[in-house]
Design a protein around this ligand. Structure first.
Ligand SMILES: Nc1ncnc2c1ncn2[C@@H]1O[C@H](COP(=O)(O)OP(=O)(O)OP(=O)(O)O)[C@@H](O)[C@H]1O
Ligand SMILES: O=P(O)(O)OC[C@H]1O[C@](O)(CO)[C@@H](O)[C@@H]1O
Length: 324
């Protein structure tokens, strides 16, 4: 193998730049030619592919976003689109690919590998932490810390005005961010897509808590089965508005995807990036390089996509016990 390429795809995540840096510098260290593809699979289809050098990734380890840009590509979902992408790689004699993204990115990579046989290794880059085969995904720790900082501030005003705050965090299909910042932020409740939200139970508990607390923080993952934080707030409010003075909603949104990556994300990203290149050179393919229990592991894309990394039930219990 002489030439490989790297791209970022799906939602950006803090630490993607550190991962690109690790891929580029490991490739150069191993005497490979390394190419950067802009705008994910769209850029691969359009041929937005440039040679990268060590200096191309200088001064980016601390930066959020991705210097390669990211995109969600509809065309890559079609066979014709993927064929165009393959032809672009073939023209440049690129023989291996590193894709940094989430489970959608890995689904595309798996199909691409099966159709054209180009070895592909993924690095888990998404704030959602919803990928099987790695304890944490790149960007998750930063997103949790960003959300936590906001919750700490919201708590001040919630306490000052005796309010119930519903704080919506990201997680289309996953409650990992909600659970971690719920524990760290001392939330009274956390609502996640993985478990059924019981509004009656929440109302009953809030009434009970009213005896000892005048304010509460409820963290809602955006994909909760009862709807958005706004919808949930209105349902809860209609049942207990006499008991609490005020109900407020704060949606944290995309601030969770930006900012300088934490040390944990930079280290994880660097390890996964290096492992992806080493894996390609050792003949690994159609898999993701992740870190589990401190060790680098290669997990088949099939497992990363089809197996779920369940929320720890004891984490949910922890929130319930500590909120009394
Ligand atoms: N079934 C599929 N076939 C081909 N390509 C796919 C498929 N699923 C996803 N992709 C490609 O992967 C891209 C990224 O997927 P997606 O938008 O789901 O983000 P992701 O990688 O899961 O990241 P995040 O978790 O941050 O949303 C899609 O825009 C598409 O180009
Ligand atoms: O704004 P976008 O890019 O559509 O992404 C939103 C989604 O991306 C994620 O943040 C994952 O990166 C989800 O939690 C969220 O639903």
């Amino acid at each position: 193998m002489k030439k490989i390429a790297v791209l970022t795809s799906g939602g950006d995540a803090p630490g993607m730049n550190a991962c690109i840096r690790a891929v580029v510098r490991t490739a150069i260290f191993k005497d490979l030619e390394i190419f950067g593809i802009s705008y994910g699979y769209d850029g691969m289809i359009k041929g937005s592919i440039k040679r990268m050098h060590s200096h191309s990734v200088s001064n980016i380890i601390q930066r959020g976003g991705t210097i390669l840009k990211s995109a969600r590509s509809e065309e890559f979902r079609t066979k014709e689109g993927r064929l165009k992408a393959y032809q672009q790689l073939k023209q440049l004699e690129i023989e291996g690919l590193v894709v940094i993204g989430g489970d959608g990115t890995f689904t595309g990579a798996k199909i691409f590998f099966e159709e054209f046989g180009i070895p592909v290794i993924g690095c888990p880059g998404t704030i959602d932490n919803d990928i099987y085969g790695t304890d944490f995904t790149i960007g998750f720790d930063t997103a949790v810390n960003t959300a936590l900082e906001a919750i700490d501030k919201i708590r001040d005003t919630a306490a000052a005005h005796d309010r119930i705050f519903f704080v919506e965090v990201m997680g289309r299909d996953s409650g990992y961010i909600a659970v971690e910042c719920g524990i760290g932020g001392g939330a009274e409740f956390v609502m996640v897509p993985e478990t059924r939200t019981d509004i009656k139970k929440v109302v009953k508990s809030l009434k009970n808590l009213r005896k000892s607390k005048s304010s509460s923080i409820i963290v809602v993952a955006e994909g909760d089965d009862e709807g958005s934080a706004d919808q949930i707030m209105n349902t809860v409010k209609s049942k207990i508005q006499d008991e609490f003075k005020e109900f407020k909603v704060t949606t944290l949104g995309h601030i969770q995807r930006g900012g300088n990556p934490t040390a944990r994300d930079r280290v994880l990203a660097s390890r996964c990036g290096m492992a992806a290149v080493e894996g390609l050179m050792a003949g690994e393919s159609n898999c993701m390089a992740g870190v589990m229990s401190g060790n680098v592991v290669y997990t088949p894309f099939d497992d990363c996509i089809s197996k779920t990394k369940a929320i720890h039930q004891d984490h949910l219990k922890l929130i319930e016990i500590l909120s009394i």
